[in-house]
Design a protein. Structure first.
Length: 296
């Protein structure tokens, strides 16, 4: 079977999932209540990370991040998420870096020139002011926008909002809903947007130059400093064929860590991986069997 036929089968499977999910549930025969003995709750292992070991292509120092974008429309802090593969980064010395208020000096951003043909996440170092307002504040909500060419250029992506707790100082993860295609060597701008809150800021450094391939933007004007940032991919394995386009297939790997020898290998791997996900979805959408006779 060719990969074109395989894609057609996957498309049919997706349609089947949608039809099954939208169909009204089949009513079950009435049942009587039955006493059930409660089971013990097993604590989840929170020390195991589902991400592969980061493969950083730019010089950087990786630190732990306590934040990740929320899944629900109303953001809430969630378990640690980090970039799996870093493309461009400006990791300044935060102990000697300056601080810019995101509200007082907006719009604030950072330009960069990617070598990857896409990104789906980025990280920024954010800090709350250490004063009385910080200790009593309700926290902030941030969002990262990605523009092409300039701060007022075309909007190519918007991250999911992130909740920043009061008095927080550290790395903040911004995830995008899907992979954003990029043109390697072209200029892109990260814009940091405050949704709510007024005490949060980002750190910057001028000397030495932390990132020669870009510059910071403060009050809409370019400067000779750099904001702490990293951008790249949140997964080291291709979840879809989009992660095999252009030069991205050379950055991602198989789950066992082995590299792809060609773009076609990457596409085949992603297709098989997607088919396994669809198979699991089909199983989870099947109608549950009728309960045993002794429970009716």
């Amino acid at each position: 079977m060719t990969w074109t036929t395989a894609r057609s089968v996957l498309q049919y499977a997706i349609i089947l999932i949608v039809l099954t999910a939208c169909s009204p549930p089949v009513p079950l025969p009435p049942t009587v209540s039955v006493d059930v003995v409660p089971t013990a709750t097993v604590a989840a292992d929170t020390n195991t990370s589902p991400l592969a070991t980061p493969s950083v292509t730019a010089a950087s120092t990786v630190a732990e991040s306590p934040l990740q974008p929320p899944v629900a429309p109303s953001p809430v802090p969630t378990p640690i998420t980090r970039l799996a593969i870093v493309d461009q980064s400006s990791v300044v010395d935060t102990s000697r870096a300056g601080w810019w208020s995101l509200q007082a000096l907006k719009p604030i951003g950072q330009t960069f020139m990617p070598t990857f043909a896409g990104l789906d996440a980025l990280e920024l170092w954010t800090e709350d002011q250490e004063n009385e307002e910080c200790s009593s504040g309700a926290g902030e909500r941030l969002q990262a926008n990605l523009h092409a060419a300039a701060l007022d250029g075309p909007l190519v992506g918007m991250s999911e909002p992130v909740v920043i707790p009061s008095c927080f100082r550290g790395m903040t993860f911004f995830g995008f809903p899907s992979l954003i295609p990029l043109t390697p060597g072209k200029v892109y701008v990260i814009e940091i947007v405050v949704i709510s809150g007024d005490n949060l800021g980002v750190v910057w450094q001028q000397d030495p130059d932390a990132y020669p391939r870009g510059e910071s933007i403060v009050r809409g004007l370019a400067g000779k400093t750099d904001v702490w940032f990293q951008e790249g991919l949140r997964t080291s394995t291709p979840p879809t064929e989009a992660y095999c386009q252009n030069n991205l297939w050379q950055q991602v790997k198989r789950a066992d860590g082995s590299a792809f020898q060609s773009q076609d290998e990457c596409m085949q791997y992603a297709t098989i991986k997607l088919s396994l996900v669809l198979s699991h979805l089909l199983q989870s959408h099947r109608i549950a069997p009728a309960p045993p006779a002794n429970l009716r």
